[in-house]
Design a protein around this ligand. Structure first.
Ligand code: NAD
Ligand code: LMR
Length: 336
């Protein structure tokens, strides 16, 4: 029947594919974790010349794994070839921070990369290409990409805060000793940095007796307002300290979740966090890429409206917006 006709493959670009997130991410994409188990994919991998041989090794492994959904692999150091016809672009390329650095310390190095790659995407990607920026500082790199690719619809340019969202779900699940898939509707507001605000005011746990509020179940407001928040804010740092490398499998998995939900849709009554261009919702200045709670349907995200914001939250949401404004001017001053 027509249901058996195979879908046309979608082309997914991964930049920085010779790096450690790339190595975790490309097999997930090839196995259908990003676009679903019935969606064939072609993977384009970009890295820089010094890593060309490593990149080719990753291509060899993708071939060796004989993935049924994988219809083609391109490994290249040519940004035009990499961007050509891509439907989804996952921008991981850049230098990661090391112990003792803040994410904004890698800003100047990465800003010029995102300016250059914006032009290539604009010219050569599919017109409706969806872009996810992972490389740090993720929000500001995405903003630069948006500024220098004015013909890409701005709603198609996003950054990854789903990892922070998933970290928050994980902390609540550990604390309450419930399964992580029963926890939902946490929110990450703002920057993918130590000023992000993980907010559980609207989060719930599904129990035998229906949906219960996380706040009520935890019953310890002090923990929620202090240790919970700092643990999520500092989780990237804790991983770097433990692994001597930044998070990779969790970043790759969360990048798949981000694209998956954006393309396929969020479950009923469930929102997720995405870094998206602010439209002024919740008083966040337009002109920033800021993480909001969003629902997705038919390939489009929309910011969840009408949530009650208390004074504690307001302060934290504004503080992370302020940091993003500072990062924005820093990044643009590096480009000039
Ligand atoms: P990595 O150093 O292992 O890999 C990065 C790769 O990018 C390298 O292979 C490098 O050669 C390549 N690269 C550098 N410049 C490039 C360019 N101009 N074009 C294409 N490729 C280029 O780093 P990683 O651990 O894979 O992390 C990648 C990025 O993701 C870092 O910026 C890191 O801080 C960030 N990160 C973000 C999140 C998030 O949640 N948003 C989570 C984890 C890591
Ligand atoms: C993370 O959150 O794990 C990444 O952004 C890596 C980092 O620098 O913290």
């Amino acid at each position: 029947s027509f249901l058996d006709v195979e879908k046309e493959p979608l082309t997914v670009l991964v930049t920085g594919a010779a790096g450690q997130i790339g190595y975790a991410l490309v097999p997930m994409i090839a196995r259908g974790a990003m676009l679903g188990p019935n969606q064939p994919v072609i993977i384009h991998m970009l890295d820089i010349e010094p890593n060309a041989e490593v990149l080719n090794g990753v291509k060899m492994e993708l071939i060796d794994a004989a993935f049924p959904l994988l219809k083609g692999v391109v490994a290249t150091t040519d940004v035009v070839e990499a961007c050509n016809g891509v439907n989804i672009a996952v921008m991981v390329g850049g230098s990661p921070r090391k112990e003792g650095m803040e994410r904004k310390d890698v800003a100047s190095r990465n800003a010029s990369i995102y300016k250059a790659q914006a032009s290539a995407l604009e010219q050569y990607a599919a017109p409706d290409c969806k872009v996810l920026v992972v490389a740090n500082p993720a929000n500001t790199n995405a903003l630069i990409l948006k500024e220098f690719a004015p013909s890409i619809p701005e709603k198609n340019i996003t950054c990854l805060t789903r990892l922070d969202h998933n970290r928050a779900l994980g902390q609540i699940s550990e604390r309450l000793n419930v399964h992580v898939s029963d926890v939902k509707n946490v929110i990450i507001w703002g920057n993918h940095s130590s000023t992000q605000y993980p907010d559980v005011n609207h989060a719930t746990v599904s129990t035998n007796a229906g949906q219960k509020s996380v706040k009520e179940l935890v019953g310890d407001d002090k923990w929620l307002k202090t240790e919970f928040i700092t643990t999520v804010q500092q989780r990237g740092t804790a991983i770097i300290k433990a692994r001597k490398l930044s998070s990779a499998l969790s970043a790759a998995s969360s990048a798949c979740d981000h694209i998956h939900d954006w393309v396929i849709g969020t479950p009923k009554d469930t929102w997720v966090s995405m870094g998206v261009p602010s439209d002024g919702s919740y008083g966040i200045p337009p002109g920033l890429i800021y993480s909001f709670p969003v629902t997705c349907e038919k390939g489009e995200w929309s910011i969840v409206q009408g949530l009650k914001i208390d004074e504690f939250s307001r302060e934290k949401m504004d503080a992370t917006a302020k940091e993003l404004m500072e990062e924005k001017s820093l990044a643009f001053s590096c480009l000039n």
